[in-house]
Design a protein around this ligand. Structure first.
Ligand SMILES: CC(C)(COP(=O)(O)OP(=O)(O)OC[C@H]1O[C@@H](n2cnc3c(N)ncnc32)[C@H](O)[C@@H]1OP(=O)(O)O)[C@@H](O)C(=O)NCCC(=O)NCCS
Length: 392
């Protein structure tokens, strides 16, 4: 009898238990309840009845720049059975996911660091491009002061969602790079296995009935490290932000640990923290993406622009030919030449289009000023600010 062939496809609900078992063989084990709460689908590799690989995929709405968000999936706990690693199963699952997700999401995202790790190489080889890098901004010996900022348990976060959301939105209004939050966001985070390590706290800076600012910290990392990570911080004024930081540092001091935040120069806390004695260390890539529906993303990025009806826009990478925009009656046609990683950046507002053209990193043919200006506007670069609350 001929040996069964591998198939690569989306799981069906009856395969959830097998996917979870496979996931739990390689990563910190999760209960079925926690896994279901993530609302994942999964790409799978099967041979006959046996599961050989799985990539759980979590749906999210992700902000590219203020006012523009796209549906994406986050790849999480990508795994292939040990005996079959390096045989192409992981790559085939990514290709299958890019296909079966076409009608549901515009891009595949992943949080991934460790540029020299095998895991990172896998994503780079499967055409995920780096969008956002971070440093660990670290204060090793904080002191702070025991001010009036209140410290509440992790479980109380969802009860304050209505008060936290407006502060968060105000702080993030100039930035992309984050999960679109609604009231259910805080509930999902608190229920998630990711931050379940007993060290989460909510800090509130109250002024009478009003909350002037809040922060979320975690003093125990999921890997067991004792530290104090700033997960989230939003305040209506910088004085409130300073009070929150001072209390965070006081708590860390009492706990005999350092304080840290993952951020780069775009982040609203980057400059204040460096000024306040934090040092930038352990630089690493952090968010990667592979674009699967550039046409739909471009519709959003170029909304209101004549480009949508006038310009047929194509892109050519070493990997594939891509249609970005195809109007019914185009008046002009242009082609962009670039690498897949630059394409990921361009479609997520993470590439300065004009500078990239000028420095020959990307090429546009023909180089028509009118369209060049229109495209520079559509693809306008946006600063991103990531908060560890979003981590999957
Ligand atoms: C990472 C992983 C899913 C890749 O799947 P795979 O089927 O082994 O990968 P493919 O054969 O399709 O692609 C091979 C590429 O993946 C990378 N890779 C990562 N881990 C690997 C491993 N253990 N063995 C072989 N290749 C690996 C390499 O870059 C390799 O290409 P290269 O050898 O030419 O550099 C799989 O190796 C695995 O389950 N690893 C352990 C869990 C893990 O690290 N997950 C990723 C982080 S969430």
């Amino acid at each position: 009898m001929a040996e069964a062939k591998f198939t690569f496809r989306e799981m069906n609900p009856s395969e959830t238990e097998a996917v979870l078992r496979m996931r739990n063989e390689t990563f910190t084990p999760l209960t079925r309840e926690k896994f279901d709460a993530m609302g994942c689908t999964s790409a799978i590799a099967k041979k006959g009845k046996d599961l050989w690989g799985a990539i759980p995929l979590q749906f999210r709405e992700f902000t590219l720049r203020p006012g523009v968000s796209i549906p994406v999936i986050f790849e999480n706990a990508v795994g292939v059975t040990e005996k079959a690693r390096g045989m192409g199963l992981g790559t085939n699952m990514i290709e299958a996911a890019a296909e079966f997700l076409q009608d549901r999401v515009d891009a595949m995202f992943v949080y991934r660091g460790g540029e020299r790790s095998a895991g990172y190489r896998f994503y780079r080889k499967t055409h995920h491009g780096d969008l956002y890098y971070v440093f660990t901004l670290m204060k090793h010996k904080p002191t702070g002061e025991d001010n009036n900022v209140e410290v509440l348990p992790w479980d109380e976060i969802p009860g304050y969602a209505g008060k936290l959301l407006p502060l968060y939105r105000q702080t993030q209004r100039g930035f992309g790079g984050h999960w679109v939050r609604d009231k259910g966001y805080y509930e999902k985070i608190v229920a998630s296995h990711v931050h379940e390590c007993g060290g989460g706290r909510l800090l509130l800076d109250r002024k009478g009935d009003k909350i002037a600012g809040y922060a979320v910290i975690n003093t125990r990392m999921p890997n067991g490290d004792k530290t104090c990570c700033i997960y989230d911080l939003a305040a209506s004024a910088s004085a409130s932000s300073r009070r929150l930081l001072s209390k965070i540092e006081y708590l860390a001091h009492k706990d005999k640990t350092g304080v840290h935040l993952l951020a780069n120069h775009e982040h609203p806390l980057y400059a204040p923290l460096l000024k306040n004695g934090y040092v930038a260390q352990n630089e690493t890539p952090y968010i990667m993406a592979r674009i699967i529906r550039p046409d739909r993303i471009f519709q959003k990025l170029a909304k209101g622009s004549a480009l949508l009806d006038e310009l047929e826009l194509l892109a050519v990478t070493p990997h594939r030919d891509i249609v970005i925009n195809r109007p019914k009656k185009p008046q002009a046609k242009a082609t962009l030449y670039l690498k897949e990683s630059q394409f990921s950046r361009l479609m997520t507002c993470r590439l300065d289009f004009t500078a990239a053209l000028k420095t020959n990193q990307i090429r546009l043919d023909p180089l028509d000023k009118k369209y060049e200006n229109g495209l520079a506007k559509a693809f306008e670069f946006a600063p991103w600010a990531y908060w560890a609350m979003d981590y999957i």
